[in-house]
Design a protein around this ligand. Structure first.
Ligand code: NAP
Length: 305
């Protein structure tokens, strides 16, 4: 069988594309390697999605999936290893040697956490180094933490981590946060949080688990040892576009280039959400992309776009 629309990736962009495509009576399959939700599942409290007064991201993702499935969207958990997007029929090849075929593909592949690339980071993953406060925060009850980054995630999650930790040091490479003002204000007013401005982590050290980080002042190059039990590296994300590189056009950072209809340079292939080159990566903008991509896929199948 050849689906009208195959959606690759089940974050808010993919789930919304699923709602719109299946509601338009297109045969729609969402392929996701784990449970749907993407980065949304790591969000402890979503409070800026219109109409949703606050609550876990997981719940919002679950509701979106249920809504799409009500309209007939199928979903499948599969590890896609390779894609062939260039032909008229699009083909996804899974690790189980299955071929999934469709007339159109919506790439909603999302992004993954960026690594710092310092000594100790890789060795201590799961032993003090984490990339997800919601996932691992509870393991650090009454512990001392460092959080690296100055964006919304780092600053907001630092406040979240004060539920557990006895101290949280935010290590930021500049003298100003990138985070939204309302998020900054909450962090700066929290007595458990200290900010190490103009500082970078040079090394993460310990024996069996994290025991300290070496901080370096970016101006003086002075190094200090900060004793901590955990390090949350929350410095942004990079797009999951390795699989489609060479088929769809990417920007210099690896994000997929689209037009306002979410069309990539390949006919019948659309992109939506954080994987796309865009100015604002939020749940609401991911959902909007998904809706536009599904509507464009419908028009493409009809031959009117
Ligand atoms: P981000 O906005 O890209 O911020 C990344 C932060 O990490 C920046 O402060 C950056 O420093 C720092 N950084 C990057 N690479 C680094 C490195 N190698 N070493 C040290 N520091 C480094 O990422 P994000 O905070 O994950 O946010 C991603 C998107 O999600 C944003 O659009 C954000 O608005 C959104 N978001 C929104 C909410 C909310 O609205 N409640 C919550 C979370 C995320 P510089 O500032 O110096 O570049």
């Amino acid at each position: 069988m050849s689906y009208d629309v195959i959606i690759l990736g089940g974050g808010p962009a993919g789930l919304t594309a699923g709602i719109y495509a299946s509601r338009a009576r297109l045969s729609t399959l969402l392929v996701e390697k784990a449970f749907p939700g993407g980065q949304l599942t790591m969000c402890e409290n979503v409070e800026n999605f219109p109409g949703y007064l606050g609550g876990p991201g997981m719940k919002l993702a679950e509701t979106m999936r249920e809504q799409a499935e009500r309209f007939g969207m199928e979903s499948r958990i599969a590890e896609v290893e390779r894609v062939d997007l260039l032909g008229v029929e699009k083909v996804l090849y899974t690790a189980d040697k299955e071929e999934i075929r469709g007339k159109t593909v919506i790439l909603s592949l999302g992004a993954k956490p960026k690594r710092l690339g310092v000594p100790g980071e890789r060795e201590f993953i799961g032993r003090g180094v984490s990339y997800c406060a919601v996932c691992d925060g509870a393991f650090f009850k009454d512990k001392r933490l460092a959080v690296v980054g100055g964006g919304d995630t780092a600053v907001e999650d630092s406040v979240f981590l004060t539920r557990y930790a006895s101290s949280v040091h935010i290590v930021h490479r500049r003298d100003k946060f990138r985070a939204q003002r309302i998020i900054q204000e909450r962090a700066l007013a929290n007595p458990v949080i200290t900010v190490c401005w103009n500082s970078v982590v040079r090394e993460i050290g310990g024996t069996d688990k994290v025991e300290h980080v070496i901080l370096e002042d970016v101006f003086t190059r002075d190094q200090t040892l900060l004793s901590v039990d955990g390090v949350f590296i929350l410095i942004g994300a990079e797009p999951n576009t390795k699989m489609v590189d060479g088929q769809v056009k990417l920007d210099e950072m690896g994000y997929i280039l689209t037009d306002e209809h979410m069309r990539t340079n390949v006919p019948g292939v659309f992109a939506a959400g954080d994987v796309r080159h865009k100015p604002l990566r939020q749940i609401i903008t991911a959902c909007a992309d998904g809706a536009v991509a599904a509507a464009a896929a419908e028009k493409y199948i009809e031959g009117s776009l």
